[in-house]
Design a binder for this molecule. Structure first.
Ligand code: AVJ
Length: 319
């Protein structure tokens, strides 16, 4: 690699080396692609919270209403006294609904972002003063050890939001298997999965009229600029959301509006007008696809609930 200018070296010093590696490899690859997990810096997390409140973005409110409507049915199957383990807890917005319903023995939120984890754990501790809470700051995509305090207690994994949809089938299967390993024998999993639906509804949800999703997508470039000492001109790119029918997924891309050159961490890149950087997949599932994916991941479906309009599903599975 070329020698880095001093300011770039300073900027990269504090940066996450995994972020740097993913961005450099992703920009050099064909097609160019950067994993969606890097959207969520502070600004990206704020923008995502705004997305969940957009009129076009149906998943969050649909899942929350479905969870509220089915809470007692879920509780009946799950039984009381399990440890609820939430994967990628983020702001834990849907968690109180579940905790109210299943009377857990403890709550273990797992998130890669320490500050987010501490804030949401503190808020939940105020709402549930008698519930033991054991936050784990970790990357939940790999098997991990749960805190010793919950040793030997039966577990209920919670993975809402159709976050699984960010992953193509092989990676989704790996993640489901890793969750089974983390949770252990006899565990259950409550998972949200978004459903296939008319393409115009999907495109609207991922390319909203107010441009919040566009800002969320473009923020990735701003993050690269500040954290990796890059000089990407943001006005040279536009947000694109497209439906990939073969893969049954919404894809988000950043499309170059003109030929553009820039440096990231001292490495030069040139992108032609019309070329894109693929930034996210959001898979949408049919009724059989959901079961098949869970089965491949080692889970047997016990129940599959869908809202009356057929937009979103919550599944309960056992390992
Ligand atoms: C958080 C991955 C579930 O795919 O719908 C929202 C992220 N991207 N709008 C999704 C997202 C654009 C979201 N997930």
């Amino acid at each position: 690699m070329l020698n880095e200018p001093a300011d770039a070296a300073t900027a990269t010093f504090a940066a996450d080396p995994a972020f740097r590696a993913d961005v450099l490899a992703g920009l050099a690859a064909r097609p160019r692609a950067i994993p969606a997990r890097w959207f969520y810096d502070r600004r990206g997390s704020e923008l995502f919270e705004q997305i969940t409140r957009l009129p076009e973005y149906y998943p969050t409110r649909t899942e929350r209403a479905l969870l509220a409507a089915k809470a007692s049915e879920i509780a009946q199957i799950v039984g009381a006294g399990r440890v609820v383990v939430e994967f990628g807890s983020g702001s834990s917005a849907k968690t109180p609904l579940l905790l109210d319903a299943v009377a857990p023995s403890a709550y273990v939120p797992i998130d890669i972002s320490g500050p987010f984890l501490r804030d949401s754990s503190a808020a939940l501790a105020r709402a549930f003063p008698d519930l033991p809470i054991h936050p784990v700051e970790a990357d939940f995509t790999r098997p991990l050890h749960l805190p010793p305090e919950v040793m030997g207690m039966p577990r209920l994994g919670f993975f809402p939001g159709s976050t699984i949809g960010n992953l193509a089938a092989p990676a989704a299967v790996d993640l489901l298997r890793s969750m089974a390993a983390t949770l252990g024998e006899g565990a259950m999993l409550l998972i949200g999965m978004d459903r296939a639906k008319p393409v115009d509804e999907l495109i609207a949800a991922y390319d909203d009229a107010q441009g919040v999703t566009a800002a969320f997508n473009l923020n990735l470039l701003a993050r690269i600029n500040t954290e990796l000492g890059a000089d990407i001109p943001l006005d040279a790119f536009r947000h694109v959301a497209r439906w990939n029918d073969d893969e049954s997924r919404i894809e988000m891309h950043l499309e170059a509006l003109r030929d553009v050159g820039f440096a990231v961490a001292g490495e030069r890149f040139a992108i032609r007008a019309g070329e894109t950087i693929h930034t996210e997949n959001s898979h949408k599932y049919g009724p059989r696809g959901k079961r098949l994916l869970l089965a491949a991941g080692g889970w047997t479906v016990l129940a599959d609930w869908t809202d009356p309009a057929g937009r979103f599903s919550i599944l309960l599975a056992v390992v």
